[in-house]
Ligand binder design. Structure first.
Ligand code: NI
Length: 171
């Protein structure tokens, strides 16, 4: 199974809106397997298909401590959100080494399909709630830095462009 290349902010492809998966078939299962491998290799807690330049509504997550309980959400939809909000520090594999606080719903209930195409519901709180909202944002083309001030976002953009240039020079 190949690891997939992760798009880095401010790559404009990160702003693509993903389309729903029409059939959970072997192609989607292969994508899911590759995304899980890529997420673990990058030591992330979540990855959206958008980040690997596939614009279909697929996310994988693992917020467990043991890191061997991958959760697959295909066509996820939030069906309930708590009025209560919570502020938590976030990072993103597409914005490496940048962490900042974002306010989100403290709890969400998500309806999705698993990798066999079976529907299920996830009641998420804590890190799982943060992660699922963060990953679902990717599917509508939104990166967490867009919640930060324009000043911070510009600094992050400059830093990421410089890092990518430096890496390309070294390559
Ligand atoms: Ni992310």
């Amino acid at each position: 199974m190949p690891q997939l290349a992760i798009l880095r902010y401010p790559d404009p492809r990160l702003h693509t809106v993903a389309r729903p998966v029409t059939a959970v078939d072997d192609r989607i299962r292969q994508l899911v397997a590759d995304m899980i491998e890529t997420m673990y290799a990058a030591q992330g807690v979540g990855l959206a298909a958008t980040q690997v330049d596939v614009h279909e509504r697929v996310i994988v997550m693992d917020t467990s401590e043991e890191r061997k309980a991958p959760l697959v959400l295909i066509n996820p939809e939030i069906v309930e959100r708590s009025a209560e909000l919570a502020l938590a520090e976030e990072g993103c594999l597409s914005v490496p080494q940048v962490y900042d606080r974002v306010e989100r719903h403290a709890r969400v209930r998500v309806h999705a399909l698993d990798r066999e195409g079976r529907p299920f519901e996830l009641d998420a709180q804590g890190l799982t709630a943060v992660c699922v909202q963060h990953e679902m944002d990717h599917l509508v083309g939104k990166v967490f830095v867009e919640y930060l001030s324009a000043f911070k976002r510009d600094r992050i953009r400059t830093k990421m462009l410089k890092r990518t240039r430096d890496e390309q020079r070294r390559a």
